[in-house]
Write a protein of this length. Sequence first.
Length: 499
Amino acid sequence: MFYLRYLGAELRRRKGRTVLTAACLAVGIALVVAVTSLSAGLDDAQGEVLDPLTGVGTEMTVTRPISLPDPSDGGGPPQLSKKEQKQLQREGGGPPVALDDLGKAGSKFDTYQYRSTDLSFPAAKANQIASVDGVESTAAGLTVDVTHISGKVPESSGSDDSGTSPGGMPAGGGDAAAGGPPNSIDFDALTVSGVDVSNPDLGLVTSDQIVKGSYFSGDGKGQAVLSEAYANENEIGVGDTISVGEKKLEVVGISGGAVGGESSDVYMELGALQKAADLEGRVNSVQVQAASADQVDAVADRIESSFANSSVTTASDVADQVSGSLVDAKNLSGKLGTALAIVALLGAFGIAALVTLSSVNKRTRELGTLKALGWKRWLVVRQIAGESVVQGLLGGIAGVVLGLVAAAAIGAAGISLDATLATASQAGGFPGGPPSGGGPPGTEQAADVVNTVTLGAPVSLGVIAAAVGLAVVGGLLAGAVGGMRAARLRPAEALRSVE
């Protein structure tokens, strides 16, 4: 009891030293809390952007992308067999639309083309991938570009003037005089994905991405989910009816956009799209969920080894493609912010130690008297260290309060950060038909996908406990330095000193 009373009396008697030491530690702790909360907020913001695409970091996408050779080299993609090259040409849009086959000159026509830039493969491949060690579940999908071509058969049909081939559609975009389709012909394109509706938690669109309406119900036939951007652009809402090819679908939900990958305009039941695109029993992507995040890289390697010419995209691959102010702020916080917090914390510890040493030098007579009265060395160390620990605790509490104020200020500021990913649309570029999106054949339409998130600064109980613990450790270190200095005092020399 005497020790505690004496400790309290010394802290009260030397209020200036107590306040100074606690304030130094409080500044360092406040910076640690603020930087940690800011980093946590940036992590949450990044997760908000990436989670719709990458789930909890265990999801990956398997496709068979095609790298087209230089046209001057001739031939098809070198990694494909002759059969697959023919299949790719058919899935890429097939031969040119022959105007002669659409009717007499001046008559109206209406037709659809389905095309894909990824080579399809049997849906059974999804079951093969599901058997790979470390795979928890799979969901097959099919994504195609649907081009609605309509208008009147031009009078020039059948001639080879103005850049047209006999009986074929002009090769480029624009008007006929420029070598493009006649002005009487319209092209409307949209990207459509077929979804395995039996697995709402894994696929090209999932139930947790729905922002309006609901996910597919039952077998999903006759239903559609639209991307938010497509629905807003075309003023389509839940309950409306849309057409995909010749099929009428009721819109049951709207999905939020996700950064990364290739976002489709319309999502429908997989079987219905396979039938419409004449690709029954075939898919061009498989969503895979690994048993754990630690196995993702190993599972990706196994899939690529067992599935020739496949490409596996993981969450980390997508994260590496994200740019913008969110990434810049994350990098700044991770490097400069952490360094600043460490420097501030070390500085606070150093100042606290110097203040304690200065106090010991001013208390030589007092400490010498205690030793002359029989206090052992460890009792003197305990006294100085005890005072410093209490000062550290006070500084920790004050630092946590300051850190919480800083975190609240960050959250109240409503700082907006952008995450940008430049993606290529799924519009094809294969010879033999008009491009979806209206661009020239052989090109893809680049699109910057931007998500804006508001920055927060959450502070967890673990951070608060760690901050207070750091302050106590800082006080303990300062007390140990001062205590060892005090323990070396000789009573006779101390008593000769004047305080």
